[in-house]
Design a protein around this ligand. Structure first.
Ligand code: PLP
Length: 394
């Protein structure tokens, strides 16, 4: 079937974090919300049908994960990512952030150091700090409008024997890089050499633009598989974040046993009856929708790029290779963090994630979510263009 991504679905009044949480997060009643990383599109019809069938049954008791659930994950990883994952490797978590918290908890001790590559998804830092571990930054390099890993600095940082874990964001939120096999191999070899475990957050791995290919970190070699845990979920791909159902792939048996223990400690091994049904339907029947979504997102990205070039040349688009999140470079406006945040929110009337919350290197940037109907995107861009014009004429 053909999906209509142009259709505007009202989300206000549905307890949506992105829409109904505006006042709490930004202190405003109205602004176009383009911050939280979920989409303003309905999920694929087969998912809606599966959830409707489940809801109509009316009995919502404890549930198990059926064969179809595991087959759906195995099939999806094989079909979309050419990675044969074994059923035994598949562990669970309500969300990817909670999985990362359990991973930090399982494989490091208070006081240990955990490496991240900022600017990066800020809950990584929150999780590490909350568990009394220390963050070590290996900042990405911003060169000619794109981001690269700084391997020299990475090797230095990994030399510290207190660094026990590296959190890899692949594809990277917010800069949109889809890491190449060569980059991942370089990083993976350094981690093996220095005895540092890798958790690869691949939640955005299905959302990659045509010219690029996501390579699952653990699929590169048996050694990498043995030294890593991979987090995936249907939540970003099919807009199911509210169903709290994620998967942790752990090929190494010892690591798996430890993770299982942590799950048991917090009694988090159970399944969500709707999340399981949605995951199964999405990974089994969601491909047609996803391919159409990716075309639509590619169109939105082309629109943002052309619009900014023509109408707001002072703000640069960092071209994402994956994710529906676009990292905007406002540095030319010369505003400090507070002034830039206020400008975007109050002058342009759009609610974005502020660059500085993503850690070092985020200052002067803002992250916009383009997973919305094109009419909403155009309205936001028009508001931003007007605000920048007024600012430049001051
Ligand atoms: C890189 C990354 N990891 C994890 C998450 C959130 O995952 P969850 O909602 O499953 O905790 C996000 C959401 O934006 C993300 O961008």
């Amino acid at each position: 079937m053909t999906y209509d991504f142009d259709r505007v679905v009202e989300r206000t009044g549905t307890d949506s974090s992105k829409w109904d949480g505006l006042k709490t997060r930004f202190g405003v009643d109205a602004a176009i919300p383009m911050w939280v990383a979920d989409m303003d599109f309905p999920s694929p019809q087969p998912v809606i049908d599966a959830l409707t069938r489940r809801a109509e049954h009316g009995v919502y008791g404890y549930t198990l994960r059926a064969d179809a659930y595991y087959q759906a994950i195995e099939g999806w990883m094989q079909k979309r990512h050419q990675w044969n994952v074994e059923r035994d490797w598949l562990m669970h978590s309500p969300g990817v952030v909670s999985a990362i918290a359990m991973i930090v908890d399982s494989y490091t001790q208070p006081g240990d150091k955990v490496l991240v590559q900022p600017p990066v998804y800020y809950p990584f830092m929150r999780v590490v700090n909350n568990l009394d571990r220390q963050i070590v930054n290996n900042p990405l390099k911003y060169e000619n409008g794109t981001y690269n890993m700084d391997f020299e600095d990475l090797a230095d940082k990994l030399d510290d024997p207190d660094v026990k874990l590296l959190i890899l964001c692949s594809p990277h939120n917010p800069v949109g890089r889809v890491w190449t096999r060569e980059e991942l191999t370089h990083l993976g070899n350094l981690c093996l050499e220095k005895g540092v475990l890798v958790v690869s957050d691949e939640i955005h791995s299905d959302l990659v633009y045509k010219m690029y290919t996501h390579v699952p970190f653990a699929s590169i070699s048996n050694e990498f598989a043995d030294n890593s845990l991979t987090c995936i979920a249907p939540s970003k791909t099919f807009n199911l974040a509210g169903l709290q159902t994620s998967v942790v792939i752990i090929p190494n048996e010892d690591l798996r046993e430890k993770y299982k223990k942590t799950l048991g400690r917090y009694s988090l091994g159970g399944a969500n009856i709707f999340g399981t049904a949605a995951l199964t339907a999405a990974y089994t029947h969601g491909e047609e929708w996803l391919d159409q979504l990716l075309d639509y997102l590619e169109g939105n990205l082309a629109l943002v790029t052309a619009y900014m070039e023509h109408n707001i040349p002072a703000v640069k688009v960092v071209q994402p290779q994956g994710t529906y999140l676009v990292w905007l470079d406002f540095q030319e406006l010369g505003l400090d963090n507070e002034a830039l945040d206020q400008f975007v929110l109050h002058k342009a009337g759009i609610a974005l994630d502020e660059g500085h919350i993503f850690g070092p290197g985020g200052e002067g940037f803002q992250r916009i979510n383009i997973a919305c109907p094109r009419s909403v995107l155009v309205k936001a861009l028009d508001q931003l263009a007007l605000a920048v014009r007024e600012f430049s004429n001051q």
